[in-house]
Each structure stands twice: as C-alpha cells, then as structure tokens.
Design a protein around this ligand. Sequence first.
Ligand code: SF4
Ligand code: ZN
Length: 296
Amino acid sequence: MRYSGDHLCRAHFVASVERRVKRELRAQVDLRGGETIAVGMSGGKDSTVAAVLLREILAERRDVALVGITVDEGIAAYRPAGIASARRLCASLGIEHRVIAYQETAGVPMDDVVRLDPAAIPCGYCGPFRRQALNRCAKAAGADFVATGLNLDDTAQSILMNVARGDVEKLARLGPHAMVQEGLVPRIQPLRMIPEAEVYLYAMLRGIAFHEATCPYAERAQRGRFRDLLNALEADSPGTRHAIVRGYDRLRPSLEVAFPPASLRACAQCGEPTANELCKACDLRDHLRLASEARG
Ligand code: SF4
Ligand code: ZN
C-alpha cells in the first residue's frame, strides 16, 4: 500500500480491510437495535463486498436486519447479469432481495432514455433515477439506512467533481448522512475509506464472486475524467485520495452550517421528497419527453 508504506501478507491485508470497514461503520452509525439496513446491490465488486462485510460484522446483531435492493436501470446488455449475481449473493447471505426497475419509478428504462435523448450524458438521467428508486424501495422495505458500496476513489471523485463545478450545496450534502430528513432514508458508506483496488483485491483473496462488467454508457460519464485525474495525482503523491476525503470531513461541519438542508415537500408527481415542486427525477422525465418530441 503505497500511501501508507505497509507491506501486508494475505491474512493481514484481509484483516486490515475488515478492521477499517468496522471502524468506519461504527463512526457512521450508532446501531441501537431494531434497525433495518437496506444494502444497494448492483452485483458488482463494491456492493458485493459491502454486503458480505455488513453481514459478517452484524452477524452477532440479531436485532439488526439486512435487506438487499437492486435497482434495474433497464440496460439490457449489462444489468440482467448483475441482478442474477445480487440474487445469488442474497440467497447465500440468507437475506431478502428486492428489485426495483426504472420502468416502475421513472417509467422509462435507460436503453430508451439513450434512444430518445441521444445527445445527453446518460448518467445525468441515471443518477437521479437511481436515487429515487433506491429511496422508494428502501422506504417500502422499512429501512432506517441505505448502505452503498461507495469506495474511497468514488468518494474523492465526488468531492473533486463538486468542487470543480462550484456546487458547494451538493458538496455539503454528500453522504454519509448523520441527519435524518423526512422521507429520505439516510445513506451509510462502509467502504468509504477503502481504495477501489483494495476492494477488488479483497474480493479476489476471499474468493467472493461478483459481476464484473462495465455499463455500456459509462464511457460518456464525466466522472471518468475525474477518475483519470485522481489516479494521476495518486500516482504522483500517494495518499492524495485519503487527504481529499479527510480534508473534506474537516470542512463538512462548516459546510453544513453554511448550507443547511432545504425543507422538503412531496414531489407533485411521484411523492418523493424534494425542495422544489418536482423532484429531479420527475423533472428529467419531463425533459426527456420534450427532448424526444423535439426530435419528432
Ligand atoms: Fe447509469 Fe451511468 Fe452507471 Fe450506466 S454508468 S448504470 S448510465 S449511472
Ligand atoms: Zn418526483
């Protein structure tokens, strides 16, 4: 591990990941018993490792329930294998598995979005659609928290992206969420301080099966530019990702004071919480309709 100078054998590496995840979980959430945690499961390595570790860390906590949720974005070349992988994982962990499709929430699968609005960056639609679907399904499952597989690289990228856009309000609202807002299930991110390569290595060393594929629309995502930038910075100065996230964590209390969460109301179309008349997902669905009508 170049950022720490540690050279670990297999057993110590595995134990080190587990120790860091346990510590992070404890720092993010105080489980008093009776809670349900919904784990967002794409079937990929990050959410698979997050689910396995949560199951193991909480093995003694019979008073805390886990439920797996997979969002079906409607990407025929990619998603079905991920759903199958998540289903197998939930069966092996002995937890309930629920699937929610964009078809049921946004009313349109991503393959249609790309066809109807080919000029748009698909992830611009997919991100808000996913947040809406995951939140709705988590509420239906009675979940108190939604755990995601977000790793250190994802977290540092999100911080950089919002800084680069000057979107300070969004920066103040990145998870994990300590505050509970009516209608929004707070996010927890147990892998937040684990680099992506270590999540991958951990899964390999433990023989944890996952769905290894990239979304066909991912190459059009802006995030890729920030991933490359961050990888170059990390190669030059190991520890950059940790420094970005730790620095952000120190700034965060001030950001939360300067940008307190807006008061939320129910979206006029879907009922999900939003600061505006319509939530971002419904806004985008209307935008999609207009974009496709304009194309004839
Ligand atoms: Fe959706 Fe973009 Fe992720 Fe593909 S890469 S699943 S389009 S957010
Ligand atoms: Zn809505």
